[in-house]
Design a protein around this ligand. Structure first.
Ligand code: NCN
Ligand code: DMD
Length: 337
């Protein structure tokens, strides 16, 4: 028998992803049409409620929403492409644990649980300009770890990340997936400008040129150009699909991880919404490639899942309206003449 390849299980899962639940969607559409409002008057909140039904397989409801933040360190930081040192990744994980970060405050106000997963921060990935980020085994194990984050009855998963250098990695993934020029995908991240921005563009160019013969397979592209938080997020998105959990994607890095899955199977991220468009210029371009429309545009560029957590409040309201509103008949409100 052939030896198992570390990616075999993920390839099988990606080929056999569950489809949307059509009966649950039909039931939600029916109820939506009876509620006390002019048709379509709740705009995208109605779309969100239908999306929840289609991908959860139940009436739209959000009782156990969770933000998962995956933290990773990147060998590419050696190229001096971020204004911040990689030690900040671990320090921010400490800050999350002490409730000191923006994501803690948003989770508290929106009533979301928060889990932070630090991914071997003392062992940064390979510098992708000269070597793959991860071995096949490490990439597959990290995807599997990400899958485990979707447990305990979560019914809305908000994905976020923390990792100094990861806007360079996200740009490399996008350039590897979609081409164009490296400069199309590179932006300031936490504040790179001038020569640092030029180094960032050069690093992305060099990385994609170095791995150019291995980029047609999306999982291989992920392990060569990606990083641990990207692999874990890809795993979490797959697990959510299997467990009928709708997903909110945060900024540039999270969306780039999702894009890898869409390249493997065009329907792989149909259960995901783009929570917000970040100020990182590559994010909007990437969202357009994915054919999606973000829920929010607040000029944020923090990461940590902050945009996804804010969008979760919209998803909660959408579910509450769908479930709690009276029908025309119940309320004795006259319908259209
Ligand atoms: O969410 C975004 O689109 C976003 C845009 C710019 C920066 N970030 C965050 O900033 C870090 C990466 O920035 P950098 O400059 O080190 O590549 C990482 O921790 C991200 O969460 C996040
Ligand atoms: C301070 C800081 C906080 C962050 N949160 C997400 N990415 C970040 C990057 C920095 C530098």
């Amino acid at each position: 028998m052939d030896a198992q390849h570390p990616f075999d299980d993920f390839r099988s899962l990606l080929e056999a992803l569950p489809a949307a639940d059509t009966p649950a969607l039909a039931a939600a559409r029916k109820r939506n049409s009876l509620l006390t409002k002019p048709e379509g008057a709740l705009g995208r909140l109605e779309e969100i409620a239908m999306w929840l039904a289609a991908w959860s397989g139940r009436a739209p409801a959000v009782h156990r929403p969770m933000v998962a933040v995956f933290a990773g360190n990147h060998g590419i930081a050696e190229e001096n492409i971020s204004p911040f040192p990689t030690t900040v990744t671990q320090q921010m994980v400490g800050n999350f644990e002490k409730n000191g970060a923006a994501i803690n405050q948003i989770c508290a106000t929106v009533d979301l649980s928060l889990k932070v997963f630090d991914l071997a921060l003392d062992y940064p990935t390979g510098n992708i300009t000269v070597e793959p980020a991860l071995s096949e085994r490490d990439c597959a194990a990290t995807m599997a770890y990400g899958m485990e984050s979707v447990a305990g009855g979560v019914d809305l998963l908000c994905l976020g990340e923390m990792g100094i250098g990861n806007t360079t990695i996200a740009a490399a993934l996008c350039y590897g997936l979609y081409g164009g020029s490296a400069a199309d995908w590179v932006g300031p991240g936490t504040g790179a400008e001038g020569e640092m921005l030029e180094r960032k563009i050069a690093a992305v160019e060099k990385a994609v040129a170095f791995h150019k013969d291995h980029l047609s397979d999306p999982l291989e592209l992920l392990r060569r150009l990606g990083g641990r938080e990207f692999a874990a997020i890809a795993g979490a998105i797959i697990a959510a699909r299997m467990q009928k959990v709708p997903v909110l994607l945060d900024g540039f890095a999270v969306t780039a991880a999702a894009a890898v899955l869409k390249a493997a199977n065009p329907s792989a991220i149909d259960h995901c919404m783009i929570a917000h468009v970040s100020a990182e210029p590559g994010h909007l371009k990437l969202i357009q490639k994915l054919g999606k429309t973000p829920l929010l545009a607040l000029g944020m560029r923090l990461g940590e899942g902050t945009g996804a957590a804010l969008a979760a409040s919209l998803v909660k309201s959408a579910a509450a309206c769908h479930t709690g509103m009276a029908t025309f008949e119940e309320a004795g409100v006259s319908g259209r003449v």
